[in-house]
Write a protein that binds this ligand. Structure first.
Ligand code: DC
Length: 212
């Protein structure tokens, strides 16, 4: 079974997907990490991160699989830190390239044929898994999402700065030529602004048990 979760940056997709996966024993798949690993591979290979040709060439050499709960790239378990400043800087433009998206989506689909998965990412319900048994669009207002990011304590920015950067990302994500952020008309919409992580997680888990 495929449970696809999408929604804007900072809404808590990873937290919710991970929590629901733990409770249902489904496999948690974070599609953003695939894009991050392609960017890391470009940087490690010494290729030019500004060259579309170099990025596509690198992406073509990347084969992703899940074994147990772990992500493997070209047969090796991924242990690298994929949340570095350099990756943060390049991953967004790299993820804009349609050929790169095709490669990531091909491997996500393969993984979904082998496991029951909860997969999260901006275009999971609309583009990659439009036929998923369960589709969920998580949302929250900008202020709430900025506060959640701020509370994570991973950013040195002020709440106001986080708010501006999330607003900017929303704009970019909603206007991507391929894989843009939008709610699928058939996805369940959950406004998480006034809900705790547990309350949202329970809603997702309840949907899954309803279908099992
Ligand atoms: O969720 P994240 O920050 O780890 O995602 C990394 C980058 O990949 C980010 O720029 C958004 C992009 N991404 C995407 O375009 N489509 C997805 N399904 C997941 C992530």
């Amino acid at each position: 079974m495929v449970v696809a979760i999408d929604g804007p940056a900072g809404v808590g997709k990873s937290t919710i997907a991970e929590c629901a996966a733990q409770k249902t024993k489904f496999l948690y798949v974070n599609s953003g990490s695939f894009y991050r690993l392609i960017t890391l591979s470009v940087l490690k290979s010494g290729r030019n991160p500004e060259s579309k040709k170099d990025i596509i060439e690198t992406a073509r050499e990347c084969h992703f699989e899940m074994r147990e709960k772990n992500l493997y790239l070209n047969g090796k378990q991924v242990k690298d830190n994929i949340h570095t400043d350099a990756i943060d800087k390049w991953v967004s433009p790299h993820s804009f390239i349609p050929r790169v998206r095709d490669i990531v989506n091909r491997d996500l689909k393969k993984i979904s044929e082998q496991h029951d998965i909860i997969v999260e990412g901006r275009d999971m319900c609309t583009v990659v898994f439009p036929g998923a048994e369960i589709k969920i669009f998580l949302d929250a207002d900008l202020k709430t999402r900025s506060f959640r990011r701020f509370q994570q304590g991973v950013s040195n920015l002020s709440i106001e700065e986080i708010m501006m950067s999330l607003e900017e990302r929303d704009k970019l994500d909603r206007n991507k030529p391929v894989g843009r952020l939008e709610k699928s008309p058939t996805a369940l919409y959950i406004d998480t602004s006034d809900l705790t992580i547990n309350q949202v997680c329970e809603k997702v888990v309840a949907e899954i048990f309803k279908r099992l």
